[in-house]
Design a protein around this ligand. Structure first.
Ligand code: URA
Length: 429
């Protein structure tokens, strides 16, 4: 087959066969397809979409590009949560230890930052020496020993997603239904899951800007889940403002640890409980949502979830004390203050995400270095009051030039109203 011919076929709106898709994906992994050809194919898919059978072939080829875990011999329910991406979303660090300390196996494969959204793997790598590309054999041993772990796609597991994901990040081809579905579901199916809870983010900081787009994505994800015999539940959550009080890299790990110590912001706890309760119901570890949430809160109260997260950090080589030290010694802080008093009525979350990329929390180009110390504290959020001159955002990090440039992007990213504004609902359905 000739790569350019397949690109032309997709560009002109024709359907690719299963063999053609498999050949293209294999070629991508074996470096027989150039990055420019992969980019062109992704753009053709972005504009023309894919039929159900094309999407299924893409998912299968992406799974088959690497190994697939099998944990069902452990006799425990194997489950995971995945989100479609947002700003300040650190739920994975809170939820996996909670679920794992309740006897669920959580073998998470996650990704790096995509466009303006933060990446689970980039955040974890802010913990000095934390290993995100563990080989399959050692990861299985870790899961057997402690029940949870978070790794990235690698040459062994989901290599096709690793490559396609990084090219999508750089080429404006992220918000495409078949590309999102195949990226998410290939990773989740490779994990050998019994059950999955999908957190579909909706709003101005999400890839799905409207609930109707989010519902279409939900239908597609559920179709793939059921074809691969994974119980798939969906939650729609509001991403029209950042989640939690912090967004960035190391600061999100610290905020997650605080949550596990029982000292986290309400929105993080609310969403973690909502998502986790679906897994406890699927696995029959709880009979109703109330019971599920109580069980989860108990793992925070008795310290077992925190202990599990610490075990995971140690198992993956990380040094949490060093992260704490570097976060408490950050040199620079800049502020964005309100020029009037009132209620914060909205935030431009996507722009905030791009400012975070500018600060070094994400990449514009493949080799861009990250600044693990950088982040933003949201001192006030939608529905809260602010006084004239009060700090709305605190920007921090090692590189003052980058902070200044991010600051100039952030000026018009929130609105203040003199009318009372209610706190927006976090769980949309
Ligand atoms: N998460 C993924 O893993 N892939 C996407 O395309 C979007 C969110």
């Amino acid at each position: 087959m000739i790569p350019a011919k397949l690109i032309e076929k997709k560009r002109d709106g024709f359907e690719l066969s299963a063999e053609e898709i498999e050949w293209f994906v294999e070629g991508t992994v074996e470096n027989k397809i150039d990055d420019c050809q992969l980019s062109a194919m992704l753009m053709a898919i972005y504009f023309n979409g894919m039929s159900d059978s094309e999407t299924f072939s893409l998912v299968s080829s992406m799974i088959n590009s690497g190994e697939k875990f099998k944990f069902n011999n452990f006799g425990k329910y194997v489950a995971d949560k995945h989100s479609t991406g947002g700003i300040g979303d650190k739920i994975s660090f809170i939820l996996s230890p909670i679920l794992s300390s309740l006897g669920i196996i959580v073998p998470m494969i996650a990704g790096r930052g995509l466009a303006y959204t933060g990446g689970t793997i980039d955040k974890l790598e802010s913990i000095p020496n934390f290993q995100t590309s563990i080989n399959v054999k050692n990861f299985k041993i870790q899961i057997q020993n402690i029940g949870c772990g978070i790794i990235s796609q690698s040459s062994e597991i989901c290599p096709a997603d690793k490559k396609i994901y990084s090219i999508r990040d750089l080429t404006g081809t992220i918000p495409s239904m078949p590309l999102i579905c195949s990226s998410i579901m290939s990773k989740k199916i490779a994990e050998g899951l019994d059950g999955l809870i999908m957190d579909i983010k909706v709003g101005n900081g999400a890839f799905m800007k409207t609930i109707s787009e989010a519902k279409t994505l939900a239908t597609e994800l559920k179709k793939i889940g059921s074809a691969f015999e994974i119980k798939t539940d969906i939650t729609f959550s509001n991403m029209s403002q950042p989640l939690g009080r912090y967004a960035g890299l190391g600061c999100e790990i610290i905020e997650s640890i605080n949550c596990l110590k029982g000292d986290g912001p309400n929105d993080l706890i609310e969403l973690s409980l909502e998502l986790g309760s679906k897994i406890l119901l699927q696995s029959k570890k709880a009979n109703n949502e109330n019971e599920a949430k109580k069980k989860m809160l108990k793992t925070i109260d008795d310290g077992s979830a925190l202990k599990k997260f610490e075990e995971m950090i140690i198992a993956q080589g990380g040094n949490f004390e060093q992260l704490q030290m570097s976060q408490s010694n950050i040199k620079n802080e800049l502020y964005i203050c309100s020029d009037r008093g009132g209620y914060i009525s909205s935030m431009d979350t996507e722009k905030i995400g791009w400012a975070l990329v500018e600060m070094g929390c994400g990449r514009r180009r493949d080799k861009d270095p990250l600044d693990f110390t950088a982040g933003i504290r949201f001192n006030v959020k939608v529905g809260e009051t602010v006084k004239k001159g009060e700090k709305v955002y605190t920007l921090f990090g090692e590189n003052i030039k980058k902070l200044e440039s991010a600051k100039s992007m952030l000026h018009k990213t929130f609105k203040v109203s003199s009318e009372t504004i209610l706190k927006p609902k976090l769980i949309l359905s």
